[in-house]
Design a protein around this ligand. Structure first.
Ligand SMILES: Cc1ncc(COP(=O)(O)O)c(C=O)c1O
Length: 358
C-alpha cells in the first residue's frame, strides 16, 4: 500500500523535533511542590484568551468535563445537555460513577441545544415537587462532534446564558474544538466564553499538542477544580513538559485551525454528489452515511484512507495538520471510488469516479 491518508481524528498528530528542542527542560519542576513556569504561563494565557479569572491545566478533555460538572453540580442534581454531546455519548457512565450527577440528554435535530429545548426539558416534569432531580447545569458543546463539527451559534448561546443567569443554573461549555468554531466564525474565544461559568479547550486536537486540556472560569470554581484534579489522580508532577508544547502551539490557533476547516470544506465539496453527507461541513469534519460503515472503513484502509466508523451507518473523516490540500484531493478521489456504497452495500462493484474534484 503506497499511501495512507489519516483522517481518523485530529488527535493523531505527531510531535516535531522542534517541539522538543524548544523546551527548556531545566525549567520544569514538580508541579506538586512548586509552580511550574510553563504550566503557570499556559494557565494565565488561557485565562486571558477566554477573558476569565483563572484556569487549570488538565490531562484530557474527558477530565475537564468530569471535573467541570463535579464542580458545578451536587450528587443527584441534573445536567441538561444534548444527546450525542461527548459528556452524554462517551461519558455518561463516568459522570454517574464519579459524581452521581444525572444527565438529562435532549435529542435535537441538528445538534444545537436551544433555549426552547432546555425549557421543555425542565417543564416536562413537575419540578416544584421534591421528588424530581433539580436542574443545576446546562452543558453545551462547541463544535459538536457527533453532528459533523457543527458550530454552536453565538445567539443561541447568549439566550441560554441569559436564561441560566435568571434561573440560577450554571452554564458549561465543552469547547474541546472551540477554536475550530472561532476560526470559522471569527468570533473570539472570550465572546463565546462570556456567558459560561466554566469552559474547556483541548490542546491535543487541531492544535497538535501531544496531550492536555484547559478548564477556565472564575477563581472559586477553579480552586474547587484543583481539589478534584487531585482526587481524580490528574495532578501531574513534571506537567511542564506537556504544558510547554501546548503553550508553543496556542498562539497559532487561528491559522492552524483555519487550514483544517478549509481542508474539510474541500473534502466535502470534492466528494461525489451521490454520497449522503448528513451534516453540512462547518469546521474540520466530514461525515458520510452508508449502509455498513465498518465495511466502508475496511475498504478505504485497503485503498489508502483511514477513517472511523462512527456508528453503524456513519463514517467520520477529520482533518488535521497531517494532511494538506494535496492529500485531501487524493483522499477525495479514493473515497469517490466507493460512491456506489452510498446506496448499495456491495463495495466490490465500486466504480471509479472523479467526483467533484476540479
Ligand atoms: C467534544 C469533545 N469533548 C471531549 C473530548 C475528550 O477529550 P480527550 O480525548 O482528551 O479525553 C473529545 C474527544 O474527542 C471531544 O470530541
Amino acid at each position: 500500500m503506497a499511501i495512507l491518508i489519516d483522517l481518523r481524528s485530529d488527535t493523531i498528530t505527531r510531535l516535531t523535533r522542534e517541539d522538543l528542542d524548544n523546551i527548556d527542560v531545566m525549567r520544569i519542576c514538580d508541579s506538586g511542590f512548586d509552580v511550574d513556569p510553563y504550566v503557570a504561563e499556559l494557565e494565565e494565557s488561557c485565562a486571558r484568551l477566554f477573558g476569565k479569572e483563572s484556569a487549570i491545566f488538565l490531562s484530557s478533555g474527558t477530565l475537564s468535563n468530569q471535573i467541570a460538572l463535579r464542580c458545578l453540580a451536587q450528587v443527584g442534581e441534573e445536567v441538561i445537555t444534548g444527546a450525542g454531546y461527548h459528556i452524554d455519548f462517551f461519558e455518561s457512565s463516568q459522570i454517574a460513577s464519579c459524581s452521581g450527577i444525572v444527565l438529562n440528554a435532549v435529542r435535537t435535530t441538528d445538534g444545537i441545544l436551544r433555549l426552547p429545548d432546555i425549557e421543555a426539558a425542565i417543564d416536562e416534569k413537575a419540578r416544584w415537587s421534591s421528588m424530581y432531580a433539580e436542574p443545576r447545569v446546562v452543558a453545551v458543546e462547541n463544535s459538536v462532534n457527533t453532528y459533523g463539527g457543527a458550530i454552536f451559534p453565538l445567539d443561541e448561546l447568549t439566550a441560554i446564558a441569559r436564561f441560566c443567569r435568571e434561573r440560577g443554573l450554571y452554564l458549561y461549555m465543552d469547547g474541546a474544538r472551540l477554536l475550530n468554531s472561532c476560526a470559522a466564525t471569527g468570533v473570539q474565544p472570550d465572546v463565546y466564553a462570556a456567558g459560561c461559568d466554566l469552559i474547556s479547550l483541548c490542546f491535543s486536537k487541531g492544535l497538535g499538542a501531544p496531550f492536555g486540556s484547559i478548564l477556565v472560569g472564575d477563581s472559586r470554581h477553579i480552586t474547587k477544580a484543583r481539589k478534584y484534579r487531585k482526587w481524580y489522580g490528574g495532578a501531574m508532577h513534571q506537567a511542564g513538559l506537556m504544558a510547554a508544547i501546548a503553550l508553543r502551539r496556542l498562539p497559532h490557533w487561528k491559522l492552524r485551525l483555519t487550514e483544517d476547516n478549509d481542508n474539510a470544506r474541500r473534502l466535502s465539496e470534492w466528494l461525489d454528489p451521490s454520497w449522503n453527507q448528513p451534516y453540512r461541513t462547518q469546521t474540520n469534519m466530514v461525515f458520510l452515511r452508508t449502509r455498513d460503515a465498518s465495511r466502508l472503513v475496511r475498504e478505504l484502509v485497503l485503498a489508502g484512507v483511514l477513517a472511523v466508523a462512527w456508528t453503524k451507518d456513519l463514517v467520520r473523516f477529520v482533518t488535521s495538520s497531517v494532511v494538506d490540500e494535496i492529500a485531501i484531493r487524493t483522499a477525495a478521489s479514493i473515497i469517490n471510488r466507493f460512491a456506489p456504497l452510498a446506496m448499495d452495500a456491495d463495495v466490490r462493484g465500486a466504480r471509479v469516479s472523479a467526483g467533484g474534484i476540479p
